[in-house]
Design a protein around this ligand. Structure first.
Ligand code: ATP
Ligand code: MG
Length: 446
């Protein structure tokens, strides 16, 4: 993409109404535009990051064999009356009626709908286990939408639902999800700590939330600092291997880690004082096993091996896809702007032309642009007739992890500069070496 032809409405000044870094930077970098409280347009740069996050979520669900689908945003009220949540959900639910006066709602989550789909088509235990999920917009009429996309009213969520014959099977599904989530977050450059949580309106007390440590987080968290040293990394996971998935859960949940909802001082006291930490965190996902709560209420049974109907054991599992855009920025920025992890960056590298209009410099930039593109990478070429300082400031603000700087003097010597946004370190090399280096860097990002 050439910046002169792109739509990147960056702001020079800090927006007055943004209280936290990610909100401020998303507005300044032209990623989002607020349309109403907690409702945003995703401008081109923001949309790219959102889609990159969605792609990682999709790939990690794919790896575990979970099945993608899509349910609508608008749901009929009847399903929710059946489960009893139509009244329970209260004012958070956006209620609508259609031209025939039928009660509808904008889905805040999809347990009812998926249970309805399940009961209409699945009759036998032989069809289990089943994991269906979708990535879809949700609406929750939050009391205090704030912090930009972190607490929106309309937000993008991955929500998955598991159906199993027995509690044991359902717990394996739960553990498997925990593993996929850990991997998903790590690929985004994040460390998300699973913490014992409360069920809330979804129900069930077998549940963990995934939290990213950040001072601006809305949850208070209490944890054993040694948990910060544990990574899933690139170990081979066999998702059908129950013992292995259980092992990962045990490894990640044996040290104390709880949110303020479930925190217990007496239990925390069992952690050696030097390891005890009290901090703030951002919830980027949650997994639940809730047994037969919905299948009982909505008659979702299968014929068991003995021919008798048994209610299915269910779980639901959510990732805050749009919240993650803000959460990643909270975890990765500096005073000049965003610092995207390679896994989610909107463009792989920026190309800065220091002397637009100089034939040799222009042609070197075009060459690098073409080579990167040929390698399957997506560069953002700042080809505007602007001062170098302004170009650097824009690149720093939008946070591309790598920048290739091309100037007339360097070009004469066959050199360009490759700069890391994170460390600021710059290295002179030939254009070919710069392209090869980027190719290597991104080849490692899976
Ligand atoms: P919270 O406690 O932050 O209100 P929740 O526990 O009600 O969230 P879940 O039902 O667990 O949310 O939804 C799954 C994920 O969706 C959450 O972990 C979070 O990342 C994301 N999410 C929930 N509410 C919002 C929101 N208002 N804006 C953006 N993302 C949200
Ligand atoms: Mg939650």
């Amino acid at each position: 993409m050439r910046l002169s032809r792109y739509f990147l409405p960056v702001l020079k000044e800090d927006p007055a109404d943004a209280q936290i870094a990610s909100h401020r930077l998303m507005l300044r970098a032209g990623m989002i535009r607020q349309q109403a409280a907690g409702i945003y347009s995703w401008l081109p740069l923001g949309w790219k990051v959102l889609k990159n996050i969605e792609a990682i979520v999709y790939q990690e669900q794919q790896r575990a064999g979970h099945i993608p689908m899509l349910m609508p945003t608008i749901q009929p009220a009847e399903l929710w009356q059946e489960s009893g949540r139509y009244d329970d959900y209260g004012k958070e639910m956006l209620r609508l009626s259609d031209r025939h006066g039928r009660d509808m709602l904008y889905g805040p989550t999809n347990e009812e709908m998926i249970t309805d789909i399940f009961r209409s088509a699945v009759n036998s235990y032989r069809d289990l286990p089943l994991t269906l999920y979708h990535i879809q917009w949700k609406f929750r009429d939050e009391t205090r939408p704030r912090f930009g996309v972190m607490r929106g009213r309309e937000f993008y969520m991955k929500d998955g639902y598991t159906f199993d014959l027995t509690e044991d099977d359902a717990k394996h599904a739960y553990n498997r999800h925990l593993v996929t989530y850990l991997r998903t977050y790590e690929r985004m450059g994040l460390q998300a700590i699973p913490m014992k949580a409360e069920g809330g309106p979804i129900g069930g007390d077998y549940t963990h939330e995934f939290l990213i440590l950040a001072d601006t987080g809305e949850s208070g968290v209490f944890y054993d600092a040694r948990i910060e040293d544990i990574r899933l990394g690139d170990r081979d996971i066999v998702y059908d291997d129950r013992a292995q998935c259980q092992g990962v859960l045990d490894e990640f949940t044996s040290l104390y880690a709880r949110t303020d909802d479930t925190h217990d001082e007496d239990v925390f006291a069992g952690t050696p004082a030097e390891h005890r930490r009290e901090a703030r965190g951002i919830e980027v996902g949650q997994i639940f096993y809730f047994g037969t709560k919905y299948s009982d209420a909505m008659g979702a049974t299968v014929q068991g091996p003995d021919g008798k109907p048994v209610p299915v054991h269910m779980g639901s599992h959510g990732i805050g896809v749009s919240r993650l855009v803000g959460a990643i920025i909270e975890a990765s920025h500096d005073e000049r702007g965003i610092v995207w992890p390679e896994g989610v960056t909107p463009f792989h590298a920026g190309i800065v032309n220091l002397r637009q209009g100089d034939a040799a410099t222009d042609s070197a930039c075009e060459g690098i642009y073409a080579e990167l593109t040929k390698e399957g990478l997506e560069p953002l070429y700042d080809d505007r007739d602007e001062r170098a300082g302004a170009k650097f400031a824009t690149m720093d603000l939008i946070g591309l992890p790598w920048r290739i700087t091309v100037g007339p003097r360097g070009v004469q010597n066959g050199k360009v500069e490759l700069t890391s946004r994170r460390t600021g370190e710059a290295e002179e090399m030939s254009p070919e070496q710069a392209v090869a280096r980027l190719k290597d860097i991104y080849a490692l990002i899976v």
